[in-house]
Design a protein around this ligand. Structure first.
Ligand code: B16
Ligand code: MG
Length: 219
């Protein structure tokens, strides 16, 4: 039986990608770069710094900033973003997530966050689910972002559960790759076209129940 479930945040627990998009758009327009949703798709699950690199490359401005200017741009985007998530509340939780956390806790399954976001802790507090989490892996402490396994391995290590007893839940292809590389069982939220035909996938988080995870684990 699995002993832990490791959750991605954006796209699994709640939808913050629109807030990220608006914040990046504001930053980019100040640099004369016009962002669109297709570019935003490439930023899902990708760290703040790597997202900025993608945007600057897209706008042909990758060589225009010193390291300190680059860091200032990343900080400016984060200020826009943090301002926009101040009113996030429990009603922004995706369907079924609160019930799943409750069920996992009842069955003494450990729960951890494996998000690329440095705002993860603030968000799960605003969403009213922080008490369910046994650990939050710190993305600023891991060397490689998704698709590398680092953040999932860090989460498992923090709760003291062996990777082969963990389920990882993700909505991004890079995240599924990270879970596989960590030697964990992936469960995708989304479509097989994006996440792969070879893993268990739900189209809505409402289908993520303890019984569903048990079934996937036993197959
Ligand atoms: P921050 P996830 C990711 O969250 C987002 O999908 C991605 O768009 C964002 O750039 C990244 O977190 C870093 O976020 O700037 O708040 O540190 O999907 O890994 O939960
Ligand atoms: Mg995600």
């Amino acid at each position: 039986m699995f002993q832990a479930v490791l959750f991605d945040l954006d796209g699994v627990i709640t939808e913050t990608s629109e807030y990220h998009y608006q914040a990046w758009k504001m930053l980019a327009s100040g640099l004369g770069i016009k962002l669109n949703r297709a570019v935003n798709e490439q930023l899902k699950g990708v760290s703040r710094e790597d997202s900025l690199k993608i945007i600057l490359r897209y706008g042909g401005r990758e060589n225009d900033f010193s390291e300190s200017e680059f860091q200032a741009l990343a900080a400016k985007k984060n200020n826009y973003y943090v301002e926009s998530i101040q009113n996030v509340s429990p009603k922004d939780l995706f369907p079924g997530i609160a019930a799943l956390l409750e069920e996992l806790q009842t069955h003494q399954i450990k729960i951890a966050l494996a998000s690329a976001s440095k705002n993860g802790s603030f968000l799960i507090e605003r969403l009213g689910i922080k008490d369910y989490f046994d650990a939050i892996a710190d993305p600023s402490q891991v060397e490689h972002g998704k698709p590398a396994p680092d953040i999932f391995l860090a989460a498992a290590s923090k709760i003291g559960v062996s990777p082969d007893k963990c389920i990882g839940v993700e909505d991004a292809a890079a995240g599924i790759a990270a879970i596989k590389a960590a030697g964990m069982l992936p469960v995708g939220v989304g479509s097989p076209n994006v996440l792969g035909e070879d893993i268990a996938i739900v189209t809505t988080t409402a289908a993520l129940t303890f019984n569903y995870l048990k079934k996937v684990w036993s197959e």
